[in-house]
Design a protein around this ligand. Structure first.
Ligand code: ADE
Ligand code: ZN
Length: 329
């Protein structure tokens, strides 16, 4: 059994496997532009973040009903259980659904129907992180937060995702302040493709408590010192970075440098159906391609719980499970 871990950077829409996409398309009377599963898989070849996002948003069209969202989340949780996940903080992109006429109620009722059984079925605790799309207007983000107010029992945090370059965090200062006032945690994608200055903005203007990706922090030594001192977690996604060409090859991934700099690094899967692996596959790839040893992988598993929004007692309990586990692979 893989080592226990938390998954802190997973877009539920990015877990849509090609087979499920075809099943849902058929159920909803839709025809995908790809002839079959193999043809769709051949389209999973990306040159940058935007080239991936184009397919990611297009394929979401198959998600129409509550049952579709439930099936999506249930399939993810089944896989997460096999990968040793004990706690998942799950991103979802409401605007990608509401902007095509699917109500927020449909999305949240569908997802939470699956999440409600995951503790009993798999021993996985879950929560949702509502992400704002940074390539959409900030007013739309404010409206989305307003619509989400009846559902805040299920939502622990807000996040910021989608196309990073030319969409700086500063544009979302107001909506993140409003989320803080509602008692929500704040996280933000920054420094995936965009500059280190976007990480500073996420910290200083959005009050981000974790940085999603954050690998470009290495361009700014003051920022690295700051992240190390404050132990602000980075949710790093190695297989994603290679598939989206933020990093040329896995052997050249900066994760060891980030750990050596004393940062609170976690390993995550981002959009696993598109990037060739779920969270434990990312751990294993770090062992195979970068030579991370059992001690380092165990530290990454501990970090995943430390960096979570779980209460301190639960973190301590899960970290003890990590320490009691035999070799991490
Ligand atoms: N939405 C889904 N995956 C993403 C990523 N890697 N970066 C930004 N937005 C995303
Ligand atoms: Zn992401």
């Amino acid at each position: 059994m893989p080592i226990p871990k938390a998954e802190l950077h997973i877009h539920i829409e990015g877990t849509l496997e090609p087979e499920l996409a075809f099943t849902l398309a058929h159920r909803n009377g839709l025809t995908l532009p790809h002839t079959d599963v193999d043809a769709l898989k051949r389209a999973y070849s990306f040159t940058d973040l935007q080239s991936f996002l184009d397919l990611y948003y297009a394929l979401m069209d198959v998600l129409r009903t509550e049952a579709d969202f439930t099936d999506l989340a249930r399939a993810y949780l089944d896989r997460a259980a096999q990968q040793g996940v004990r706690h998942a903080e799950i991103f979802f992109d409401p605007q990608a659904h509401t902007n095509r006429g699917i109500s927020l109620d449909t999305v949240i009722h569908g997802l939470t129907a699956a999440l409600a059984t995951s503790q009993d079925t798999h021993g996985i605790s879950t929560t949702l992180i509502l992400c704002f799309l940074r390539d959409r207007p900030a007013t739309e983000a404010l409206d989305t937060l307003h619509q989400a107010r009846p559902h805040l029992d299920h939502i622990s945090a807000v996040g910021l995702d989608s196309a990073e370059i030319d969409n700086p965090p500063e544009n979302f200062t107001e909506v993140f302040a409003a989320a803080r006032d509602l008692g929500l945690h704040r996280v933000a994608h920054a420094g995936e493709e965009g500059p280190a200055s976007y990480i500073w903005q996420a910290l200083n203007l959005l009050g981000a408590e974790r940085i999603d990706h954050g690998i470009r922090c290495l361009d700014d030594t003051d920022l690295v010192s700051h992240l190390a001192t404050t132990q602000t977690p980075l949710t790093v996604c190695p297989l994603s970075n290679v598939r989206l060409r933020a990093v040329p090859t896995l052997d050249q991934h900066p994760l060891p440098a980030l750990m050596d700099a004393g940062l609170l690094v976690t390993v995550n899967s981002d959009d696993p159906s598109y990037f060739g692996g779920y969270v434990h596959d990312n751990y294993q790839a770090l062992h195979t391609h970068l030579g991370l040893d059992a001690t380092q992988l165990r530290q990454l598993a501990r970090n995943s719980f430390t960096a979570s929004f779980l209460p301190p007692e639960r973190k301590a309990q899960l970290i003890a499970e990590v320490d009691a586990h035999p070799d991490p692979w």
